[in-house]
Design a protein around this ligand. Structure first.
Ligand code: FES
Ligand SMILES: [Fe+2]
Length: 436
């Protein structure tokens, strides 16, 4: 019998991963077929294509796609490959175009996909438009402005797939009455490590004090409380925070914290105004959930939302090979911030989260070190993710949220369903509990 990838030992509260899953070419290819061809994958946010005919090109689940708004205003995702002989029909990262013309032989497509012009079309006995129709589109769906695609026809709809984890997106969007927007630009970087290591790291509360100690020390020296060190209990979330899961591999860690590191009074005031509006609209308790609890969330398989009040990031994690990962991260802001607050967020995006910031290079180093360590996988075959297992309520720096993701990964890859760990989910403050 082959060794299982995931060892979920409830009796001894031990959770282990076979390190082969981080190095094997065969598992990487199986993931591409089983995970990335069958899950809802984040494509982009509606604010990135605000006007008719706007488009962005990007790679999603290993496929080149055009994320756009057609001339009638509908959001679409088109597979960026010419039906003639495969060239990209759009070679620009962004723009505004009604027609995409393939540069190879000039076949032209409307931004809703239809093939509308074939140069020297009279030479074809059967019109290519009658044979091929138009550019192909995967299934797409959105939740509160976040657009996802799915390459499978049999997957459940997006809302069913998200389940209660959709609350995490509500908590991001409701920070302003006018919703949120993606700030212009993105960070793109590659890591010499397996993509699942960054999934783990994105919801790893355990590493913060060790890996990011220079950041913490710098904040202390500047007389600031680092924003990750929660104090006081907010909406039942204790200072140590909580890790929780939502089914389907979606999970989060949350902790009280609304620090605005190095913010001036104006920035703090601007945030207080947004909070005041949220209190008026949703009540104090939901406003606390919005503004006084920080969250690191993973939506299975590879979409991350880090919502820390002083900044908000969405990130996609794309495997390029067993040892190589591409990361794109976008910075998000509630609409209606004044220019100074916006600048504060942009500065944070560069100095804290960016690939040359105070946080990300340290994380990347940790992951690349781990990947190097896996050269010894035959002699040291297992990684451990047991922290906090068996506790009634694991803390933010326990590892429940990672185990929840891994159980879904195991289910998709092997068909073996490992039950959830906690019977009772955290009493999470939601829009629905406000409306009830
Ligand atoms: S490959 Fe696009 S027109 Fe030939
Ligand atoms: Fe980190």
């Amino acid at each position: 019998m082959p060794t299982p990838y995931v060892i979920d030992n409830r009796r001894d509260s031990l959770f282990q991963i076979d390190r082969e899953v981080f190095t094997s070419q065969e598992i990487f290819e199986k993931e591409r077929d089983l995970i990335f061809a069958d899950a809802w994958l984040y494509v982009g946010h509606e604010s990135e294509v605000p006007n008719n005919n706007d488009f962005r090109t990007r790679d999603v689940g290993g496929r080149s796609v055009i994320f756009n708004r057609d001339r009638h205003g509908s959001v679409r995702v088109l597979l960026n490959t010419c039906l003639h002989r495969g060239a990209s029909v759009c070679r620009h990262p962004r723009g505004n175009q009604k027609i995409f013309t393939c540069f190879y032989h000039g076949w032209a497509y409307r931004n809703s996909g239809e093939l509308v012009n074939v140069p020297a079309g009279e030479d074809y006995a059967t019109a290519p438009a009658d044979v091929y129709g138009g550019l192909r589109s995967p299934r797409i769906d959105s939740y509160r402005g976040f657009w996802f695609l799915n390459f499978s026809d049999s997957a459940p709809d997006l809302r069913t797939w998200l389940g209660t984890s959709a609350y995490l997106l509500d908590l991001a969007v409701d920070q302003s009455e006018d919703g949120i927007e993606i700030l212009e630009g993105s960070h793109n970087y590659t890591i010499n490590a397996n993509w699942k290591l960054l999934v783990e790291n994105s919801v790893d509360g355990y590493h913060a004090k060790s890996v990011h100690h220079t950041y913490f020390e710098m904040m202390m020296e500047l007389g600031q409380t680092p924003p990750m060190l929660g104090d006081g209990t907010i909406n039942g979330i204790p200072p140590a925070g909580v890790g929780t899961e939502f089914g389907n591999g979606h999970a989060t860690l949350l902790y009280p914290g609304n620090g605005l590191p190095l913010a001036n009074e104006k920035v703090a005031q601007n945030l207080a105004e947004l909070r005041g509006k949220a209190v008026a609209k949703h009540g104090e308790s939901y406003a606390s959930a919005l503004f006084n609890i920080a969250r690191n969330s993973i939506f299975f398989p590879n979409f991350v939302l880090i919502d820390l009040n002083f900044g908000m990031v969405v990130r996609t994690i794309m495997p390029l090979g067993p040892n190589r990962t591409h990361v794109t991260s976008w910075h998000v802001a509630p609409r209606g911030l004044d220019q100074e607050s916006l600048q504060y967020r942009i500065d944070n995006a560069l100095t804290f989260w960016g690939p040359a910031g105070l946080a990300t290079p340290d994380d990347v180093e940790a992951l690349e070190q781990a990947q190097r360590g896996f050269s010894t996988r035959r002699e040291v075959p297992l990684s451990d993710i047991s922290k906090g297992m068996g506790k009634a309520r694991p803390a933010a720096n326990d590892e429940l949220q990672m185990r929840a993701w891994w159980r879904q990964w195991n289910y998709v890859m092997t068909g073996e369903q490992l039950p959830c760990e906690v019977d009772e989910l955290v009493p999470f403050e939601t829009r629905e509990s406000q409306e009830a």
